[in-house]
Design a protein around this ligand. Structure first.
Ligand SMILES: [Zn+2]
Length: 160
């Protein structure tokens, strides 16, 4: 359900299945591979058609190759043909609910700029924010006017 539909107003609204999404993230966290940091994270992303994809962080001895739970969940969804999301839950064993890192915020902005991010720790402390608030002015290559101009340029080139 689109959070906007619940009461007709825009803004952050609790979805009716947030608890289920958080539970899925918590369960996914159990599969984290984090032998180096010891910081296990689980994520669950919900598509606009109601499907849920989960992920856990996966580390590597070559640290830079590690991937966060949020990106694992989003990439799983995208690789299954799902590219529109309305919420993502992130669960970690931190004192305060953990927010997505900068790289994950950029990936979330790519596919779900209007999605809610629900963050919870193992004590059940929960907070939420919109992706657009977590990453204002996200990097983007989408410039419709420029893309259109390029298409026209290419088609003109093809004609000659
Ligand atoms: Zn991240």
């Amino acid at each position: 359900m689109n959070p906007k539909d619940q009461d007709g107003k825009q803004g952050i609204k609790a979805g009716c299945h947030d608890d289920d999404l958080v539970l899925a993230a918590k369960k996914a966290r159990e599969q984290a591979y984090a032998p180096y940091s010891g910081f296990a994270v689980g994520a669950a992303v919900r598509s606009t058609d109601g499907r849920v994809f989960t992920g856990a962080n996966v580390e590597c001895a070559s640290y830079g190759l590690s991937c966060c739970a949020e990106r694992v969940a989003v990439f799983k969804a995208v690789s299954e043909g799902c590219k529109e999301f309305d919420a993502i839950a992130v669960v970690a064993g931190s004192h305060e609910p953990t927010t997505p890192c900068g790289a994950c915020r950029q990936v979330l902005a790519e596919f779900a700029p209007g999605a809610r991010v629900i963050m919870e720790n193992l004590q059940g402390d929960r907070t939420q924010a919109l992706v657009s608030d977590l990453l204002p002015h996200a990097f983007s290559l989408r410039r419709p006017a420029q893309s259109q101009a390029r298409c026209e340029l290419n088609s003109r080139h093809d004609e000659s």
